[in-house]
Design a protein around this ligand. Structure first.
Ligand SMILES: *Cc1c(COP(=O)(O)O)cnc(C)c1O
Length: 434
């Protein structure tokens, strides 16, 4: 029998000659799990097809944006209409105002929003604004949280609390990260010590409320409460990086999830991305008026972008927000995500595989561990070899999850109960083989 040539492999070889690692974002390269990345040919609903014509149930959804699934008709129509009116003007449009008004309606902790083109840009700009508005330099971030690849945020913990972080990337001089303090997620005691030491010099504390870049780890309610109290006490801005959580875990985003347990809770600043662009390059950051008025052209904090508030991207984002605002959307999505997580737990239990999982809205995570981790070191206790077997077992059977154990998963409105059931059945087969 002659083997059909593997087009994914051929494309990967070709790509590696001209693009570093063959990819335009590192985790796509399958470096953690081994094997050949799937080159996507097209996608529709809950599925995509690779270069060999193989179909996969997609639990990545472009790492979060595709909350409606691929090619939702209302979104496609909005984008097509927008394209015919023009791609980019470098002048303001009504649609930008409409999108920002819609974001503010759904996330009322902000009074004003600035649109940008990527989550990285939004987080980087939020830090600059926090520094400009407070006149302070230092910032706190947490190990395992990702806020894009701005220099000051590519930092891991240093040797002690009194010291500052070490850059996690070559090309970031130590002077650039000297103001970044990296703490353990969910560690209240460490947080308090850091504020005692540095609180009066802190511009902001930035956190992923439900961390999705160390798989899926919730900031505990007491931890978020303490973050809020300390920021208020010391005059630092509490920045929620909701690039992943925003419009994904709830219509009001993660801050609304925490406000359920902490009535009146609000962050000072919010960073958005992913879902608000519906798959187009669009992100945002916003805060109360007094903070946002520090931004150019009103204030002294410079920030700009040729493609910011792009008319096609804003059309895509608006159509997406319109769909997810429909009554019952998040209830249905949460139910489906819950069914997936419960199904996977049941399948693992039936095969005697240590397993735990959690979800909120359309975002989930699972671990080959018996207890949900609370911080990055605990996440990294997952048996990587076993995770890779699970990943490839699922992939071979047409289920596409993130190719690294420290990434979250995403369910879209297009995933049917049958897709979920099929995924659980496939997972059980793979668990049996582990
Ligand atoms: C994806 C992500 C970013 C970076 O967004 P990009 O659009 O990839 O630059 C920042 N913060 C969080 C929490 C993210 O998940």
């Amino acid at each position: 029998m002659t083997q059909t040539p593997d087009r994914n492999l051929a494309l990967f070889e070709r790509a590696k000659h001209v693009i570093p690692g063959g990819v335009n974002s590192p985790v796509r390269a399958f470096k953690a799990v081994g094997g050949t990345p799937r080159f996507v040919q097209r996608a529709q609903g809950a599925y995509f097809w690779d270069a060999n014509g193989q179909r996969y149930i997609d639990y990545i959804g472009s790492w979060g944006p595709m909350i409606l699934g691929h090619g939702h008709p209302a979104v496609v129509k909005a984008v097509q209409d927008a394209v015919l009116e023009g791609f980019s003007f470098g002048a303001p449009t009504e649609r930008e105002v409409e999108l920002v008004e819609e974001i503010l309606r759904l996330v009322p902790s902000m009074d004003m929003v600035r649109l940008v083109s990527s989550g990285t840009e939004a987080a980087m700009s939020a830090i600059r604004l926090a520094r400009g508005a407070t006149g302070r330099s230092k910032l706190i971030k947490f190990e395992g949280c990702y806020h894009g690849h701005a220099d000051a945020l590519l930092v891991k913990a240093g040797s002690g609390l009194a010291t500052f972080g070490n850059a996690t990337s070559a090309g970031v001089p130590p002077e650039v990260v000297q103001h970044t303090i990296v703490l353990e997620y969910n560690n209240i005691e460490q947080l308090e010590q850091a504020f005692v030491l540095h609180g009066k010099e802190l511009a902001c504390l930035m956190i992923e409320p439900i961390a999705g870049n160390m798989n899926f780890v919730r900031a505990s309610v007491p931890f978020v409460k303490r973050c809020r109290e300390l920021c208020t006490q010391y005059g630092a801005l509490l920045v929620f990086d909701e690039v992943m959580n925003g419009f994904r875990v709830a219509l009001g985003s993660a801050q609304s999830v925490y406000a359920r347990a902490l009535p009146g809770f609000e962050p000072d600043m919010t960073v958005m991305g992913k879902v608000i662009g519906g798959g187009m390059p669009l992100a945002a950051f916003g805060a109360k008026r007094a903070v946002m008025e520090h931004l150019a052209p009103l204030g002294a904090v410079y920030q700009a972008g040729t493609l910011s508030g792009n008319p096609v991207a804003t059309a895509c984002g608006l159509a997406t927000l319109h769909e997810i605002s429909k009554p019952g959307f998040f209830e249905a999505l949460s139910r489906k995500t819950g069914a997936l997580v419960d199904g996977l737990k049941g399948a693992a239990a039936a095969e005697g595989v240590p397993f735990c999982a959690d979800s909120e809205g359309g975002m989930f995570g699972f671990f080959l561990l018996s207890e949900l981790p609370q911080n990055y070191p605990q996440v990294m206790k997952t048996d990587g070899k076993r995770f890779n077997q699970l990943f490839h077992g699922l992939l071979d059977r047409g289920v596409y999850i993130a190719p690294a154990l420290y990434e979250a998963g995403f369910v879209s409105a297009a995933h049917s109960d049958e897709d979920i059931a099929a995924t659980v059945a496939v997972a059980r087969e793979v668990f049996k083989s582990l």
